[in-house]
Design a protein around this ligand. Structure first.
Ligand code: NAD
Length: 284
């Protein structure tokens, strides 16, 4: 069933694992869903040759307005959000696939301002975060006391920067970082997105009070494991409300994105096309 009578014009920025999957879905299923792919941009345009029709390949990201997109989906790198997020919002609604970019306060502020200035929404893909709506509801009700997100995988699946890149692996399982999500995102921009989505789902705690834990585990060569632990206020007996989810997502060795997360991104794209396009930041 079509999402809307008027086709929504969608541009995709990034043509890696997620971008290729979304483009393929848009080309095959888009027309019947009322979605039209209007451009694909990739840092290395050669990667699109043979699979993306030449007319859909965008050479210059700064010229995206010429394609009149309604929605631009970023599935490249947080740097794109830092550098071009506000420009994209000038022309279209934005679905952020790399929310670790929002740990940078200046970037978050720029996106909020551009969103309000141009009347376009910033959607954030929940990606591998399980239970995001429940977290948001508990947070909005004032009941969220703590939130901790642990992401564990084989070290080959990490793309680390700064001090984290040189942490020695001292055994089969090494905790590389434990602390505020804001501090982790710049050092693990591609492996902290689930934690960043959690920080956005729980604005009362946010990037400074949601705890992120990054674990290198040599036994997890083909799996990404995400644990979400949260607590609420004490009940009448003094015991606190508590939830713990454990998500095991099969992944190709060395990949930064697990298989189930690819499916979650397509659902996020479809979901944000159905949401009202109001200024602000929304998880979808
Ligand atoms: N929200 C989540 O839970 C979640 C889950 C998985 C991946 N992601 C993020 O989504 C993005 C895409 O993931 P993927 O699995 O498709 O990655 P990928 O490595 O398969 O593809 C990334 C693409 O972006 C391009 N790219 C890389 N660095 C770039 C830069 N600095 N500037 C411009 N282009 C650049 C690459 O050339 C490639 O085409 C990544 O940022 C990743 O961290 C988020």
């Amino acid at each position: 069933m079509a999402l809307d009578k008027v086709p929504r014009r969608v541009g995709v920025v990034g043509y890696g694992r997620l971008g290729q999957s979304l483009v393929s879905h848009l080309l095959t299923q888009g027309p019947q869903l009322g979605l039209e792919l209007v451009f694909v941009w990739n840092r290395d345009p050669g990667r699109m040759a043979g699979t993306v029709p030449a007319s859909l390949q965008l050479q210059d990201l700064a010229a995206l307005g010429e394609r009149h997109p309604d929605l631009v989906v970023e599935v490249a790198h947080p740097k794109i959000i830092h550098d071009s997020g506000a420009h994209i919002l000038h022309h279209a609604n934005l679905l952020v696939g790399s929310p670790s970019a929002l740990a940078d306060q200046a970037t978050e502020q720029q996106l909020r301002e551009a969103s309000h200035r141009w009347g376009h929404a910033v959607f954030v893909a929940r990606g591998a975060l399980w239970g995001s709506e429940d977290i948001t509801r508990l947070d909005a009700a004032g009941g969220l006391q703590s939130l901790r997100v642990t992401m564990a995988t084989h070290p080959d699946g990490f793309r680390l920067e700064g001090a984290l890149a040189t942490v020695p692996l001292l055994g089969p399982r090494t905790v590389l970082y434990e602390g505020p999500v804001r501090g982790l995102c710049p050092m693990a921009p591609r492996n902290s997105n689930t934690m960043a989505a959690a920080a956005l789902a729980a604005p009362s705690l946010g990037f400074d009070r949601v705890v992120g834990v990054l674990v290198a585990d040599l036994s997890l060569s083909d799996m990404h494991v995400v644990d979400v632990e949260l607590s609420g206020p004490p009940g009448p007996t003094g015991r606190s409300f508590a939830v713990h989810t454990h998500r095991e997502n099969p992944a190709e060795p060395g990949a930064v994105t697990g298989s189930a997360t690819v499916t979650a991104f397509w659902r996020s794209l479809l979901g944000c096309c159905q949401l009202p396009k109001k200024p602000g930041i929304y998880l979808c």
